[in-house]
Structures are given as C-alpha cells and as structure tokens.
Design a protein. Sequence first.
Length: 306
Amino acid sequence: TKMTSENVAMGIFLFSQITVGMLGNSSILFYYVILLFTGKSLMPKDLIIQHLTFANCLSIISRGIPQTLADYGFKNILDDIACKLIVYIYRITRGMSLYAMSLLSCFQAITISPNHSRWIMFKHRVIKYIGPSCSVSWLVHVLLNIVTPARVSGPSYKNNVTNVVSYGYCSWFASGNFATALYMLLLCFSDGLCLGLMACSSVSMMSILYRHKRQVKHIHNGQYFLKQSPENRATQTILILVCTFVVSYSFSSIVVIFTTYSKYPMLWGISVFTFLEICFPIFCPFVLLINIKPISSLLLPCSVKR
C-alpha cells in the first residue's frame, strides 16, 4: 500500500505522542522502583497507580507503535502469531486500565469519606484486599479476552477474502452473528460495571468536597484557603483522570464496535481513532506526576516555595 502525506503526518504525530506518553509513564514506574529499593513504605493508592501505569505502558506499546509503523508503510512486519499477541495484550491492558481507574476512584471516595466507626472498619478491610484484587483482575481480563486471538490474523491484502478487514498491520474477522453479539455483550457488561462504580464514586467525591467547602465557608482565616489538604488534592486529580478516561474510553468503544461490524474501514481514520484510544494512557501520568510531591517539586519548583 502506497504511503500518503496524511499517513506520514499521522505517523509523525502518533510517534511524538507515544514518546511523550512513554516518558511520563516510565517516570512514574522508575519513581516507584526507587521507593521499593530504598525500602520506603507505599500507600494502598500507590499500588493501584503502579498497576494502572504498567497497563498504560503496555497499551501505548501494543496499540500505538504498530499503528505508527503501519502509517509509515511497514504493513507486513507482524506475522499471524505476533498480530494475535499484540491485539490480545492491548485488550487485556485496556480492561485492566478501566478496572484500576475505577478501583482508584472508589478507594479515594472511601478515603475522604467521614470517619464514622463503620467507615473506619470498612477502610481497613479495603486496604487489605487492594493488592490481591489487582492481581486477580489481570487474570480475569486474560480469561475474559481469551477469544480475541481467534478473531485476529496477520495483515491480509487479498480483495476476495470475505469477512476479513485489514487495518494496516493486522486483520480482524468481522462477523455479526449471535455468538459475536453475545461476547460483545459480556465485554460491555464488564466495562459498564467498572464505569458505573467510577461514576458513583466520582459523584460521591464531588458531594463530599462540596459539603466540606460549605462547612469551612465561614472560616475567615485567609491562610486556610491557601492550603489544600493532600486528600482534596488527590481527589481533584482523580476526578480529572476519570473525566479524561470516560472520554477516551467512549472513543475506544466506538473503535471496538467499528472494527467488529464495519467492512469498509478508512486506514487514516483508524490512525485518528488510535490516538483517541491511547489519549488517556498518554495524559494520565502527567496528571499523576503533579500529585506526587518528590517529582512535582522537581517539575514545579516555584510551586513548593513557601
């Protein structure tokens, strides 16, 4: 397939975004590796962020890099097995990012909730199960997407092949039968459950922050308003991430439906959709970096001066 100026431009744009996203996510992972080697204690929230960041890295690699190479004209670098593996990894990490983001949102809502006796007991129980739940979630998404490799093959350029859609670097078996619809329904239910938890926890956090602002409204000490508690700052960060994730996920869902049922894809349009899909993994680390004090003090030295 001959390269066009649009493909090259999109390839350059994707490559620059991938580079920025990988640098951001790698910085967070490197920060936590240093903490582990120095024996520093980590909060439960940090464990969720580790899983989220690792999933983001794999998402960018498995989704962005093959599409970038395809835009540059390298359409036959992956064989059948490599295509199955790449798409399978992306589907797993996409689901894991959704789970980790919903878990992070729910955990922060519990953290800033009023310290009633029942909530204190519940908080301690949640902290104990965060690590195992993240590990189990990886296994769940491995099993949930086990059918994906069967629907993917290497790049196909034969015009007489039916129900096979070429997306540059790999091909997708497009079928609209009942089994496919049922499988898509299962995936949508899993994703919808996580999105529902994310939405409920986000509404809860906004409600708690609003009540907190009303309670301190009558405090006339000006210095109080110059300070912001770490909990509130973390909550606002997670709310920004939730909004970004929902937008990115919505476009990602469109791509899943598009690749499943469409028989006439536009390769340049797929490149645009690819960027929208990996928008969250690219944007996420920089929002988190601002909320990590040792790193933010290096990035924003003026902001930490008293």
